[in-house]
Design a binder for this molecule. Structure first.
Ligand code: KMH
Ligand code: ZN
Length: 309
Protein backbone atom coordinates (compact mmCIF):
# COMPACT_ATOMS: atom_id res chain seq x y z
CA UNK A 1 0.00 0.00 0.00
CA UNK A 2 1.29 3.46 -0.87
CA UNK A 3 2.01 5.99 1.89
CA UNK A 4 -0.44 8.79 2.60
CA UNK A 5 1.27 11.98 3.79
CA UNK A 6 -0.98 14.44 5.62
CA UNK A 7 0.17 17.93 6.48
CA UNK A 8 -1.47 19.99 9.25
CA UNK A 9 -0.63 23.53 8.26
CA UNK A 10 -1.24 25.80 11.23
CA UNK A 11 -3.56 24.34 13.90
CA UNK A 12 -4.72 26.19 16.99
CA UNK A 13 -2.04 25.20 19.45
CA UNK A 14 1.09 27.07 18.51
CA UNK A 15 1.06 30.85 18.56
CA UNK A 16 2.74 33.28 16.14
CA UNK A 17 5.54 34.33 18.50
CA UNK A 18 6.78 30.74 18.74
CA UNK A 19 7.82 30.73 15.07
CA UNK A 20 7.88 33.43 12.37
CA UNK A 21 7.12 30.68 9.86
CA UNK A 22 3.75 29.68 11.33
CA UNK A 23 1.21 30.64 8.65
CA UNK A 24 -1.46 33.01 9.93
CA UNK A 25 -3.19 34.97 7.15
CA UNK A 26 -5.38 33.24 4.55
CA UNK A 27 -2.72 33.93 1.91
CA UNK A 28 0.02 32.40 4.06
CA UNK A 29 -2.12 29.37 4.89
CA UNK A 30 -3.00 28.89 1.20
CA UNK A 31 0.56 29.30 -0.02
CA UNK A 32 2.03 26.88 2.54
CA UNK A 33 -0.75 24.36 1.82
CA UNK A 34 -0.15 24.47 -1.93
CA UNK A 35 3.60 24.06 -1.39
CA UNK A 36 3.06 21.19 1.06
CA UNK A 37 0.90 19.43 -1.54
CA UNK A 38 3.58 19.98 -4.19
CA UNK A 39 6.13 18.48 -1.79
CA UNK A 40 4.10 15.27 -1.47
CA UNK A 41 1.20 15.75 0.96
CA UNK A 42 -2.06 14.40 -0.41
CA UNK A 43 -4.14 15.53 2.59
CA UNK A 44 -4.06 19.06 3.97
CA UNK A 45 -5.51 19.40 7.51
CA UNK A 46 -6.76 22.92 8.17
CA UNK A 47 -7.64 25.39 10.94
CA UNK A 48 -8.16 29.14 10.54
CA UNK A 49 -6.63 32.13 12.33
CA UNK A 50 -7.50 35.80 12.56
CA UNK A 51 -5.23 37.56 10.07
CA UNK A 52 -4.38 40.47 12.40
CA UNK A 53 -3.13 38.54 15.43
CA UNK A 54 -3.12 34.82 14.59
CA UNK A 55 -5.76 33.89 17.16
CA UNK A 56 -7.65 30.68 16.22
CA UNK A 57 -11.09 31.34 14.73
CA UNK A 58 -14.01 29.44 13.22
CA UNK A 59 -14.91 32.35 10.89
CA UNK A 60 -16.08 30.74 7.66
CA UNK A 61 -15.23 33.85 5.61
CA UNK A 62 -11.61 33.34 6.54
CA UNK A 63 -11.82 29.61 5.81
CA UNK A 64 -13.35 30.38 2.40
CA UNK A 65 -10.43 32.61 1.44
CA UNK A 66 -7.81 29.92 1.81
CA UNK A 67 -9.95 26.88 0.92
CA UNK A 68 -10.88 28.30 -2.49
CA UNK A 69 -7.32 29.34 -3.19
CA UNK A 70 -5.89 25.93 -2.31
CA UNK A 71 -8.61 24.19 -4.30
CA UNK A 72 -7.93 26.22 -7.42
CA UNK A 73 -4.21 25.49 -7.40
CA UNK A 74 -4.00 21.99 -5.99
CA UNK A 75 -5.72 18.65 -6.19
CA UNK A 76 -5.00 17.83 -2.53
CA UNK A 77 -7.73 16.52 -0.24
CA UNK A 78 -8.84 19.26 2.15
CA UNK A 79 -9.50 18.13 5.70
CA UNK A 80 -11.19 20.66 8.00
CA UNK A 81 -10.78 20.40 11.77
CA UNK A 82 -13.80 19.88 14.01
CA UNK A 83 -11.55 20.36 17.05
CA UNK A 84 -11.00 23.95 15.89
CA UNK A 85 -9.77 25.44 19.20
CA UNK A 86 -10.00 24.80 22.93
CA UNK A 87 -13.04 26.39 24.56
CA UNK A 88 -15.41 26.56 21.55
CA UNK A 89 -18.89 25.04 21.57
CA UNK A 90 -19.69 22.08 19.38
CA UNK A 91 -21.70 24.17 16.94
CA UNK A 92 -18.91 26.72 16.68
CA UNK A 93 -16.53 23.86 15.96
CA UNK A 94 -18.79 22.51 13.21
CA UNK A 95 -19.42 25.80 11.37
CA UNK A 96 -16.80 25.38 8.63
CA UNK A 97 -17.47 21.69 8.01
CA UNK A 98 -21.21 22.39 7.65
CA UNK A 99 -20.60 25.18 5.18
CA UNK A 100 -17.91 23.55 3.03
CA UNK A 101 -18.74 19.86 3.37
CA UNK A 102 -15.14 18.78 2.70
CA UNK A 103 -13.97 15.31 1.71
CA UNK A 104 -12.48 14.81 5.18
CA UNK A 105 -12.78 16.33 8.63
CA UNK A 106 -11.21 15.49 11.96
CA UNK A 107 -13.11 13.71 14.72
CA UNK A 108 -11.57 13.68 18.19
CA UNK A 109 -12.38 10.37 19.85
CA UNK A 110 -12.37 11.37 23.52
CA UNK A 111 -12.04 14.15 26.03
CA UNK A 112 -8.56 15.09 27.16
CA UNK A 113 -6.80 17.80 29.13
CA UNK A 114 -4.79 18.93 26.09
CA UNK A 115 -2.02 20.62 28.03
CA UNK A 116 0.40 22.89 26.17
CA UNK A 117 1.07 25.16 29.15
CA UNK A 118 4.81 24.45 29.01
CA UNK A 119 4.99 26.53 25.82
CA UNK A 120 3.86 29.60 27.80
CA UNK A 121 7.30 29.51 29.43
CA UNK A 122 9.12 29.82 26.07
CA UNK A 123 11.88 32.38 26.00
CA UNK A 124 10.34 34.61 23.31
CA UNK A 125 9.07 38.16 23.02
CA UNK A 126 5.29 37.80 22.78
CA UNK A 127 3.86 39.76 19.85
CA UNK A 128 0.19 39.55 20.86
CA UNK A 129 -1.61 39.84 24.21
CA UNK A 130 -3.60 36.63 23.85
CA UNK A 131 -0.74 34.20 23.22
CA UNK A 132 0.80 33.50 26.61
CA UNK A 133 -2.55 33.22 28.35
CA UNK A 134 -3.92 30.97 25.59
CA UNK A 135 -1.07 28.50 26.18
CA UNK A 136 -1.00 28.78 29.98
CA UNK A 137 -4.72 28.21 30.51
CA UNK A 138 -4.67 24.90 28.60
CA UNK A 139 -3.55 23.08 31.76
CA UNK A 140 -7.01 23.68 33.19
CA UNK A 141 -9.21 23.11 30.13
CA UNK A 142 -10.87 19.85 29.19
CA UNK A 143 -11.02 19.41 25.43
CA UNK A 144 -14.53 18.04 25.53
CA UNK A 145 -15.50 15.19 23.22
CA UNK A 146 -18.13 13.13 25.03
CA UNK A 147 -19.83 10.15 23.39
CA UNK A 148 -22.84 12.41 22.81
CA UNK A 149 -20.65 15.09 21.21
CA UNK A 150 -18.99 12.53 18.94
CA UNK A 151 -22.37 11.09 17.98
CA UNK A 152 -23.64 14.60 17.18
CA UNK A 153 -20.67 15.33 14.91
CA UNK A 154 -21.03 11.98 13.13
CA UNK A 155 -24.77 12.49 12.54
CA UNK A 156 -24.27 16.07 11.32
CA UNK A 157 -21.36 15.35 9.03
CA UNK A 158 -22.36 11.98 7.60
CA UNK A 159 -25.21 13.63 5.65
CA UNK A 160 -22.55 15.49 3.65
CA UNK A 161 -20.66 12.32 2.70
CA UNK A 162 -17.66 13.76 4.55
CA UNK A 163 -15.36 11.09 5.99
CA UNK A 164 -13.29 11.29 9.16
CA UNK A 165 -9.71 11.45 10.30
CA UNK A 166 -10.27 9.77 13.70
CA UNK A 167 -7.96 11.50 16.17
CA UNK A 168 -6.95 9.02 18.89
CA UNK A 169 -4.73 10.40 21.63
CA UNK A 170 -4.70 7.27 23.76
CA UNK A 171 -5.65 3.59 23.72
CA UNK A 172 -9.10 4.25 25.22
CA UNK A 173 -9.97 6.38 22.20
CA UNK A 174 -9.58 3.31 19.99
CA UNK A 175 -12.17 1.53 22.13
CA UNK A 176 -14.45 4.56 21.84
CA UNK A 177 -14.11 4.34 18.07
CA UNK A 178 -14.84 0.60 18.19
CA UNK A 179 -18.07 1.38 20.07
CA UNK A 180 -19.32 3.56 17.20
CA UNK A 181 -18.19 0.96 14.66
CA UNK A 182 -19.90 -1.93 16.47
CA UNK A 183 -23.17 -0.02 16.52
CA UNK A 184 -22.93 0.63 12.78
CA UNK A 185 -22.81 4.40 13.36
CA UNK A 186 -19.64 4.68 11.30
CA UNK A 187 -18.53 2.54 8.39
CA UNK A 188 -15.07 1.31 7.31
CA UNK A 189 -12.49 1.95 6.04
CA UNK A 190 -11.55 3.91 9.17
CA UNK A 191 -8.70 6.42 8.78
CA UNK A 192 -7.22 6.51 12.27
CA UNK A 193 -4.66 9.10 13.36
CA UNK A 194 -2.61 7.72 16.26
CA UNK A 195 -1.45 10.80 18.21
CA UNK A 196 1.66 10.53 20.36
CA UNK A 197 3.26 12.94 22.78
CA UNK A 198 0.41 15.34 23.49
CA UNK A 199 0.42 15.97 27.25
CA UNK A 200 -2.85 14.47 28.44
CA UNK A 201 -2.55 11.53 26.03
CA UNK A 202 -0.21 8.60 25.41
CA UNK A 203 3.57 9.20 25.26
CA UNK A 204 5.74 9.10 22.15
CA UNK A 205 7.94 6.01 22.03
CA UNK A 206 8.11 2.65 20.34
CA UNK A 207 6.20 0.85 23.07
CA UNK A 208 3.33 3.35 22.86
CA UNK A 209 3.29 2.91 19.08
CA UNK A 210 3.10 -0.87 19.41
CA UNK A 211 0.26 -0.65 21.94
CA UNK A 212 -1.80 1.59 19.66
CA UNK A 213 -1.10 -0.52 16.57
CA UNK A 214 -1.78 -3.87 18.25
CA UNK A 215 -4.98 -2.58 19.84
CA UNK A 216 -6.23 -1.17 16.54
CA UNK A 217 -5.38 -4.46 14.78
CA UNK A 218 -7.42 -6.33 17.40
CA UNK A 219 -10.40 -3.97 17.21
CA UNK A 220 -10.55 -3.17 13.51
CA UNK A 221 -8.71 -5.99 11.69
CA UNK A 222 -8.39 -5.10 8.02
CA UNK A 223 -11.00 -2.36 8.24
CA UNK A 224 -8.68 0.50 8.96
CA UNK A 225 -5.74 2.57 7.78
CA UNK A 226 -3.52 4.21 10.33
CA UNK A 227 -1.48 7.33 10.26
CA UNK A 228 0.68 8.77 13.03
CA UNK A 229 1.39 12.16 14.43
CA UNK A 230 4.18 12.73 16.93
CA UNK A 231 3.92 16.07 18.72
CA UNK A 232 6.95 18.33 18.89
CA UNK A 233 10.38 16.72 18.82
CA UNK A 234 8.84 13.26 18.48
CA UNK A 235 7.46 13.95 15.00
CA UNK A 236 10.02 12.23 12.78
CA UNK A 237 10.82 9.39 15.18
CA UNK A 238 7.17 8.40 15.31
CA UNK A 239 6.80 8.90 11.54
CA UNK A 240 9.64 6.45 10.92
CA UNK A 241 8.06 3.79 13.16
CA UNK A 242 4.84 4.07 11.19
CA UNK A 243 6.56 3.94 7.81
CA UNK A 244 8.47 0.81 8.84
CA UNK A 245 5.21 -0.81 9.92
CA UNK A 246 3.47 0.01 6.62
CA UNK A 247 1.54 2.97 7.98
CA UNK A 248 0.96 6.56 6.99
CA UNK A 249 2.24 9.84 8.42
CA UNK A 250 1.12 13.32 9.37
CA UNK A 251 3.53 16.23 9.72
CA UNK A 252 3.04 19.99 9.78
CA UNK A 253 3.54 23.09 11.88
CA UNK A 254 0.27 22.45 13.74
CA UNK A 255 2.06 19.87 15.88
CA UNK A 256 5.78 20.59 15.47
CA UNK A 257 7.55 23.84 14.62
CA UNK A 258 10.94 22.25 14.03
CA UNK A 259 12.73 20.46 11.22
CA UNK A 260 15.59 19.25 13.37
CA UNK A 261 16.83 19.80 16.91
CA UNK A 262 17.01 23.59 17.38
CA UNK A 263 16.20 24.27 13.72
CA UNK A 264 12.80 25.82 13.01
CA UNK A 265 11.04 24.53 9.90
CA UNK A 266 10.76 27.45 7.50
CA UNK A 267 7.64 25.96 5.97
CA UNK A 268 5.30 23.01 6.14
CA UNK A 269 6.70 21.87 2.80
CA UNK A 270 10.12 21.38 4.41
CA UNK A 271 8.68 18.87 6.86
CA UNK A 272 6.75 17.11 4.07
CA UNK A 273 9.89 16.85 1.95
CA UNK A 274 11.83 15.43 4.89
CA UNK A 275 9.26 12.76 5.76
CA UNK A 276 8.82 11.90 2.09
CA UNK A 277 12.55 11.25 1.82
CA UNK A 278 12.46 9.03 4.92
CA UNK A 279 9.61 7.07 3.31
CA UNK A 280 11.42 6.71 -0.02
CA UNK A 281 14.60 5.59 1.77
CA UNK A 282 12.54 2.88 3.45
CA UNK A 283 11.28 1.73 0.07
CA UNK A 284 7.79 3.17 0.43
CA UNK A 285 5.93 4.85 -2.44
CA UNK A 286 3.91 8.02 -1.91
CA UNK A 287 0.18 8.14 -2.69
CA UNK A 288 -1.02 11.05 -4.82
CA UNK A 289 -4.39 12.69 -3.98
CA UNK A 290 -6.43 10.41 -6.25
CA UNK A 291 -4.75 7.30 -4.92
CA UNK A 292 -5.46 8.54 -1.39
CA UNK A 293 -9.12 9.15 -2.34
CA UNK A 294 -9.32 5.56 -3.50
CA UNK A 295 -7.63 4.11 -0.40
CA UNK A 296 -9.88 6.08 1.97
CA UNK A 297 -13.02 5.83 -0.20
CA UNK A 298 -13.58 9.59 -0.32
CA UNK A 299 -16.40 11.28 -2.22
CA UNK A 300 -14.22 13.45 -4.48
CA UNK A 301 -13.32 17.12 -4.69
CA UNK A 302 -16.28 17.95 -6.96
CA UNK A 303 -18.74 16.95 -4.21
CA UNK A 304 -17.55 19.49 -1.66
CA UNK A 305 -19.04 22.97 -1.26
CA UNK A 306 -15.77 24.81 -1.46
CA UNK A 307 -16.82 27.56 -3.82
CA UNK A 308 -16.08 31.26 -4.14
CA UNK A 309 -19.36 32.39 -2.53
N1 KMH B 1 -3.26 18.80 16.74
C1 KMH B 1 -3.63 17.43 16.88
C2 KMH B 1 -2.87 16.80 18.02
C3 KMH B 1 -8.30 18.57 15.38
O1 KMH B 1 -7.92 19.45 14.63
O2 KMH B 1 -9.47 18.20 15.44
C4 KMH B 1 -5.06 17.22 16.97
C5 KMH B 1 -5.94 17.79 15.93
C6 KMH B 1 -7.35 17.89 16.33
O3 KMH B 1 -5.54 18.10 14.83
ZN1 ZN C 1 -6.01 20.04 13.91
Amino acid sequence: MKTIISCAITGAIHTPSLSPYLPVTPDEIAEQSIDAAKAGASIIHLHARQPNDGKPTNDTKIFREFLTKINSESDAILNISTGVALGMTLDERLAAVKEFQPELCSLNMGSINFNVARAAKADVKWKHDWEKEHLAKSEDIVFRNTFKDIDYIIKTVSDFGTKFEYECYDVGHLYNLAHFAEHGIIKPPFFIQFIFGVMGGIGADEQAFNVMKQTADKLFGNNYHFSVLGAGRHQFLIAELSLKAGGNVRVGLEDNLYLDKGVLARSNAEQVAKVKQIALDLGREIANPDETRQILDLKGKDKTKITLS
